[in-house]
Design a protein. Structure first.
Length: 113
C-alpha cells in the first residue's frame, strides 16, 4: 500500500511563505556562485593578459572586485535574521499604508456624492 502525501494547493501556486523564502535564499546563493564564477574567469583572463606582457596590473581589478565579491558573499551567507525591530517597523508601515488607503477611499467616496 503506497502512501500519497497531500501537498496544499497554495504551496504549488507559490503562496507558501516558507517556499517563497527558500526560493529567495536559493536565488541569492545561486547569484553569488554566478558572481564568483564570473570573477574567477574574468580575472584569470586579465592575469594571463597582464602577465604575458610582463606586467602585474591585473591584481588591482582582482583586489577591488574581490572586495565587492566579499561584500556580496557576506550579504548572502552571513545575513542576519530579521529581528523584532524590523518586524515592528514593518508592522508600523503596514498600518500607515492601510490608514492612508482608508483615507483615500473615504475621500473618493465623499467627493463622488
Amino acid at each position: 500500500m503506497s502512501h500519497v502525501h497531500h501537498v496544499p494547493h497554495f504551496a504549488a501556486n507559490g503562496f507558501d511563505p516558507i517556499e517563497r523564502a527558500a526560493q529567495r535564499r536559493a536565488g541569492r546563493k545561486l547569484g553569488w556562485f554566478i558572481h564568483a564564477t564570473v570573477y574567477l574567469l574574468v580575472n584569470l583572463g586579465l592575469m594571463g593578459l597582464s602577465f604575458s606582457h610582463g606586467r602585474h596590473w591585473s591584481i588591482y581589478p582582482a583586489f577591488f572586485w574581490g572586495i565587492g565579491l566579499l561584500a556580496h558573499g557576506m550579504s548572502v551567507w552571513l545575513r542576519p535574521t530579521r529581528g523584532a525591530l524590523w518586524h515592528r517597523m514593518v508592522q508600523k508601515e503596514r498600518e500607515a499604508l492601510l490608514r492612508d488607503q482608508g483615507k483615500t477611499q473615504s475621500d473618493n467616496a465623499s467627493s463622488s456624492h
